[in-house]
Write a protein that binds this ligand. Structure first.
Ligand code: HSE
Length: 440
């Protein structure tokens, strides 16, 4: 039997995202093997301190304080650069390319400052430099912009690119808490970057906006040439006043292109955003990006822009893409991520939910109890009942909602209700959508 090849991943930086990447690669090893035909294994990671308690279990011998040793280790095939910062990360990335290794990164500052040089070096070396996790954590914005929306030109891309500042503004707005109070909580929750200025002064959002501008328009904008403002000037009075104007104040990155002269402007600033915009209603640590494309119109993506699992998910998505490239796997043909016989259609009895019913019934004694009995025969319990009489012996409108039941029972109950004496028209049924229900 042929042995399954192994691709070994070295992780530089074993912080939040590094540990998440290690964890998901190991926990889902069989899955990667199934979709890639190789064993994709994280084997080494670099850390600042060897003797620190870590939530993700890792063998001591897999750890080193020497990132370069991982980059130069001939046993390591791919590198995840998750150390952050610029100069050391750049040296390690260039060395990895020189060693013929593709690099996956979440490092927005590095790409913002040296993206051009790094992309060219990767191209010369014939390797991949992948950075989905660098902008908006778990939101797949890079792939959407580069691949899914490739037929578009973009007069406007804007949105919330920093979760920490959005968390602070949301709590100030909803609770009337002061900037300093919420900042203290954000620090305790570990939301704020070690260099707080990155989050609070708009610099982190600006790094991401510069990357999006490059992907959309092929232009590298210099951070020092653009407007970058943070959230520290925003008071509770401003947030209240904005609300009265039908807006919310959000820290947004804005990338506009004038197609008459091809001028591109990039900026990050707090702005009053009308409540009608999904971005205005994107709250807490969430990020949101609105892309207006010449072909598609407006597409909005919202989701978790930071955090261990979402960001590690983006790192792994890049790793899988790189391995697919190495293995020559044609994604458009090999569509399925699971074996074709793994999933089965859910039987109606397992699809659960609550329902709304509208009946037209004879307005006479005992009719309501007949309807309730009919539903009870199918083990359906009523949650609310409301009847509107129409007078002159006309049928009354009966609106019912149910407690949780299932598609099988409600279908049977509907058939029985249709036959029930005193029910004048076929009953109307709507499902009460609940995104948290397992039945959906
Ligand atoms: N500090 C960043 C944020 C982390 O709050 O969005 C993700 O880049």
């Amino acid at each position: 039997m042929n042995e399954i090849p192994t691709i070994r991943v070295g992780i530089l930086g074993f912080g939040t995202v590094g540990q998440g990447t290690w964890k998901h690669l190991h926990e889902n090893a069989n899955f990667w093997e199934k979709i890639l035909g190789v064993r994709l294994v994280a084997t080494r990671a670099s850390v600042r301190k060897l003797d620190k308690d870590r939530k993700v279990p890792i063998p001591t011998e897999a750890l080193t304080t020497d990132s370069l040793a991982i980059v130069n280790d001939p046993e390591i095939d791919l590198i995840c650069e998750l150390i952050g910062g610029v100069e050391e990360a750049k040296k390690l990335t260039l060395q990895a390319f020189a060693n013929g290794k593709s690099v996956v990164t979440a490092n927005k500052a590095l790409i913002c400052e040296h993206g051009n040089e790094l992309f060219e070096a990767a191209e010369r070396a014939g390797v991949q430099y992948a950075f989905e996790a660098s902008v908006a954590g778990g939101i797949p914005i890079i792939k959407v912009l580069r691949e899914s929306l490739v037929a578009n030109e973009f007069p406007l891309i804007y949105g919330i690119l920093n979760g920490t500042s959005n968390y602070i503004l949301t709590r100030m707005e909803t609770e009337g808490a002061s900037f300093q109070e919420v900042l203290k909580d954000a620090r305790e929750l570990g939301y704020v970057e070690a260099d707080e200025s990155l989050d609070l002064d708009g610099i982190d959002a600006a790094h991401k906006a510069v990357i999006l501008a490059y992907l959309a328009h092929g232009i590298w904008v210099d951070l020092k040439d653009i407007t970058v403002e943070g959230i520290s000037k925003i008071s509770n009075a401003d947030l209240d006043a904005a609300q009265k104007l039908g807006c919310k104040i959000k820290l947004i990155g804005v990338i506009r292109r004038n197609f008459e002269n091809d001028h591109v402007s990039v900026a990050v600033y707090p702005a009053l955003v009308p409540m009608a915009e999904i971005i205005a209603r994107t709250d807490g640590v969430f990020n949101g990006i609105s892309l207006t494309g010449s072909v598609v119109g407006t597409v909005v993506l919202t989701g978790r822009g930071a955090g261990q699992d979402p960001t590690a998910g983006s790192v792994i998505s890049d790793l899988v893409d790189v391995v697919k490239g190495i293995r020559g796997i044609n994604s458009s043909i090999k569509l399925l991520h699971v074996s074709p016989d793994q999933c089965k259609p859910a039987p109606a009895i397992e699809v659960t939910g609550c329902y709304y019913l509208r009946l037209s019934v004879d307005d006479r004694p005992g009719q309501l109890s007949k309807v309730a009995e009919c539903l009870a025969e199918h083990a359906i319990s009523l949650a609310t009942v409301s009847q509107t009489p129409h007078g002159n012996n006309s049928p009354a409108t009966l609106i019912l909602t149910t407690h949780e039941t299932n598609e099988h029972s409600i279908a049977q109950a509907m058939a029985s209700l249709e036959e029930l004496p005193g029910v004048e028209e076929p009953p109307v049924l709507f499902r009460m959508f609940d995104p948290d229900s397992n039945g959906e």
